[in-house]
Design a protein around this ligand. Structure first.
Ligand SMILES: [Zn+2]
Length: 113
């Protein structure tokens, strides 16, 4: 966090309590996580196959279908984590470079840069 980039609160005359607002970061995280989960689930074919193989070895009776489900879920989960991390970073970047809206935690002032 580069404090030099923070604006002064016009009410307090200080930038001590001024923080960047998460305008795009939270939706970015959600959108990234959703997109990642979907693409992870769709792209989990190899994961499903691996899961099915492992499941079939460990649980010969129910292994196949369970393995496919577990593989798909693992793929979706991995995609969710990765997508959320990417979305979070992209959203933070948008907040820092495009939105640049700050809020003073001391007095609640919103400062648009
Ligand atoms: Zn203030």
């Amino acid at each position: 966090m580069n404090n030099q980039l923070k604006p002064l609160c016009f009410s307090c005359g200080s930038r001590r309590y001024v923080v960047l607002e998460n305008v795009a970061q939270t939706p970015g995280t959600v959108a990234g996580g959703t997109a990642g989960a979907v693409s992870g689930y769709i792209g989990a074919e190899s994961g499903s196959v691996a899961g099915a193989a492992i499941g079939a070895t460990m649980l010969p009776v129910v292994g196949g279908p369970a393995g496919v489900i577990i593989g798909g879920l693992a793929g979706a989960l991995a995609g969710l984590v990765t997508g959320a991390a990417v979305g979070n970073r992209v959203g933070k970047h948008i907040d820092e470079t495009l939105v640049r809206r700050y809020r003073c935690k001391q007095c609640g002032n919103v400062i648009e840069v």
